[in-house]
Design a binder for this molecule. Structure first.
Ligand code: NAD
Ligand code: IPM
Ligand code: MN
Length: 369
């Protein structure tokens, strides 16, 4: 298959982890006889430095012409303090909005060899497997008016606005996903306080009537934050609005052992998608070789699975990641007891080795069939 992939590495560790995803995809290309064309574009702080804006027209054009987009991370202290339209994060938010990627899927899965890396007890985190579906193009991130007003006494305003349509489409996606899994949907809101959450809950109830096979529960966001730590295994699919989803997904990452383990897919109604780790540019470790490349590599696997329907290829990447962890290799963010701490480049190398070894084994097996 021939596919065009927009590659936006962004800032900080974005560049370091993207190198791993591209190396892995090049091996997949050879092993499975595909042709991936990588087209690079700038976003975030590096785009501000080169173009004066965080989301240049050129980058948007590259993304519009691509079959899928891979993104590293944006942001950093260098670009803090300026006007809000010139922040790196605006580039990422603008890209999600312009491209219409309204449904963000953040899978949370306990990897057996990483159980000891979580600060929670083994019996709490074992066998966790859920997906957090986050609304990505509405809510308080985008509502107008937003800004700072007032001459003597500053006043600020952010607006939490949603249309029903924006809720319907993402909630529908979450129900569809639950139907393919353990058929349990947890909707998270703040319906005891917020008008937006009251409508959200109504839409979940309306949609539920068409999914009689899916069990639905409603949780208030504060209680959901608690239950994520108390009984995370109870979740199958969680659906929530933009800001709640942002916060809860970073919290959930600690069930897996590290923020550096969490990939994501942002989708709309066609097959085009944006694939990025949920972590940021990690300025505190950028350039030190400590970045965990797995969230980015697993995001590339999600791209193969969801945008290109390359199931075997995606499985091969995930297997290589799990085998590498099983063999004891990990970056320093994972506080695993035992094992070997390696830097970003070595971790990538180990995964590439497993991908090639698996290919040899697959070849040998094929000759016996
Ligand atoms: P962060 O996610 O960059 O880092 C939080 C902590 O997790 C840091 O201690 C960091 O070292 C660690 N960490 C994150 N990813 C890691 C990885 N792959 N391997 C090892 N450790 C990792 O969040 P922050 O420090 O709050 O924000 C830094 C910048 O990133 C800010 O400008 C923020 O706006 C931006 N940000 C961007 C994205 C994105 O591009 N999608 C996401 C979140 C934050
Ligand atoms: C994320 C990030 C972004 C968000 C920031 C960088 C705008 O935290 O992808 O989770 O809040 O959506
Ligand atoms: Mn976030």
């Amino acid at each position: 298959m021939k596919k065009k992939i927009a590659v936006l590495e962004g800032d900080g560790i974005g560049k370091e982890v993207m190198a791993g995803a591209l190396d892995v995809l090049r091996v997949i290309e050879k092993r499975f006889h595909h042709h991936f064309e990588f087209v690079e574009g700038k976003i975030g702080g590096s785009a501000i430095d080169s173009y004066g804006v965080p989301l240049p027209e050129e980058t948007l054009r590259i993304c519009r012409e691509a079959d899928a987009i891979l993104l590293g991370a944006v942001g950093g202290p260098k670009w803090e303090g300026g006007p809000s339209h010139l922040r790196p994060e605006k580039g990422l938010l603008g890209l999600r909005k312009e491209m219409g990627f309204f449904a963000n899927f953040r899978p949370v899965k306990a990897v057996q060899s990483l159980i000891s890396a979580s600060p929670l007890k083994r019996e709490v985190v074992e066998n966790i497997d859920f997906v957090l579906v986050r609304e990505l193009t509405g809510g308080i991130y985008f509502g107008k008016p937003s800004g700072r007003f007032g001459e003597t006494e500053p006043q600020v305003v952010d607006t939490l606005r949603y249309s029903k349509h924006e809720m319907v489409r993402v909630i529908e996606k979450a129900f569809q996903l639950a139907r393919t899994r353990r058929k349990k949907l947890t909707s998270v809101d703040k319906a005891n306080v917020l008008e937006s959450s009251k409508l959200w809950r109504e839409v979940v109830e309306e949609t539920a009537s068409r999914y009689a096979d899916v069990e639905v529960e409603h949780l208030l966001v504060d209680a959901a934050a608690m239950k994520l730590i108390q009984t995370p295994r109870a979740f199958d699919v969680i659906v929530t609005e933009n800001l709640f989803g942002d916060i809860l997904s970073d919290e959930a990452s600690m069930l897996t052992g590290s923020l550096g383990m969490m990939p994501s897919a942002s989708l709309r109604e066609d097959n085009v998608g944006l694939y990025e780790p949920i972590h940021g540019s990690a300025p505190d470790i950028a350039g030190t070789g400590k970045a965990n490349p797995l969230a980015m590599i697993l995001s590339a696997a999600m791209m193969l699975r969801y945008s290109f329907h390359m199931v075997e290829e995606a499985d091969a990447i995930e297997l290589a990641v799990y085998e590498t962890l099983e063999a004891g290799y990990h970056t320093p963010d994972l506080a695993v007891s035992g094992g070997v701490i390696v830097n970003t480049k070595t971790m990538i190398r180990k995964i590439l080795d497993h991908l090639s070894e698996d290919e040899v084994i697959a070849g040998i097996m094929a000759t016996f069939q």
